[in-house]
Design a protein around this ligand. Structure first.
Ligand code: CUA
Length: 152
């Protein structure tokens, strides 16, 4: 009888997790479309066309790409400005040590590793200003490492 109880309890937990994850995605008006990684040599960050001039670029009718560089202790560009209701792929790399690229209050969150480009495609449905923070300890300025993302 206890076994059945545990089974039911774990089912409830799993459903609970799914609901939480779904709410985290849908509830905030953000859709995670894709999430992947590629490699880049840290020495090439300044030579890579995308990262020598960190920016947001329109690449299709409803598609944008944001090239973001993390470094001690800031993000470039700052602010990152994107339009609402469009797919935005963030390509994020680090110029020095491990950081994170975390958009506060959303599930847009990735570790930023020197030598790697983290890519994630998201869609913001809610205009507003979002904080961008780093939540990987990266040195004495870690707690002040912040930027902003403006969805308009
Ligand atoms: Cu960058 Cu902590």
């Amino acid at each position: 009888a206890y076994e059945r109880l545990w089974l039911v309890a774990s089912m409830v937990l799993i459903v609970g997790f799914i609901v939480t994850i779904t709410y985290g995605t849908v509830g905030l008006g953000i859709t995670m479309v894709d999430d992947r990684e590629e490699t880049i040599s840290p020495d090439d960050v300044d030579e890579d066309d995308r990262f020598q001039d960190p920016r947001v670029e329109q690449v299709g009718e409803n598609e944008f790409e944001a090239y973001v560089v993390s470094m001690t202790f800031l993000f470039q560009p700052d602010p990152i400005e994107i339009p609402a209701n469009n797919e935005v792929t963030f390509y994020v790399t680090s110029r020095d040590v491990i950081h994170s690229f975390t958009v506060v209050g959303t599930n847009t969150n990735t570790m930023v590793i020197p030598g790697e480009v983290s890519a994630m495609t998201v869609e913001f449905d809610e205009p507003g200003e979002y904080g961008v923070v780093c939540n990987e300890y990266c040195g004495p300025g870690h707690h002040d490492m912040e930027g902003s993302l403006i969805v308009h």
